[in-house]
Design a protein around this ligand. Sequence first.
Ligand code: MG
Length: 255
Amino acid sequence: MIELRTPAEIEAMRPAGRFVASVLVAVREAASVGTNLLELDAIAHQMIRDAGAESCYIDYHPSFGGSPFGKVICTSINDAVLHGLPHDYVIADGDIVSIDFAASIDGWVCDSAISFVSGTADPEDLRIITATEEALVAGIAAATVGNAIGDISAAIGDVADAYGYGVNLDFGGHGVGREMHGDPHVPNDGRPGRGYKLREGLVIAIEPWFMRDTDEIFTDADGWTLRSADGSRGAHSEHTIAITANGPVVLTARV
Ligand code: MG
């Protein structure tokens, strides 16, 4: 079921959006060559406690997950592209680090993700990160009243095409509100004009993620981390946005 939010409800989501953004900024600042992924999770966990927020991940146990997630951020490194389970790993020079984070404040969820390189960057890694960021911007720009979900999907897919990256359609954006994942699904490629017509009050996460040389993934032995089928590296960018009469509003803007 697709739920629409009143302007007052969208305002009520802003603290969660600001909080999620602040955690991503703090984790990015803490993530250097030599940092253990478990330290990053601990930083986010302490920020959750300090803010009186609630993690959306720690007890998360969907049908595709092997067990409750148990951590508060996703840390996806290099060929790990989504749902990376933080583990005892020290960031190496040149790693692509993707951090995905969702939390609720006062019962309202926001969800956002960033990717960056720690240390010396391979230009190809910067290129794929830039592609996901540009796709996110394009997808948000298409999230206007009167457009359809397919317009967002097509805008993202066009950027992937321009960069020469394939798109995996198994995981994409989603409705956000009282729960982390709701309707509608927002695929990262599609046809303009198709699907649900966007209306004022729709709140969705838009989250392009691409891999360099494949559009196939597999699940790591940890039961969560999704890796590219061929070991090629990926990147992921995500914001939670509200569609308003005045256009899309990014609730998780990192300002
Ligand atoms: Mg997310």
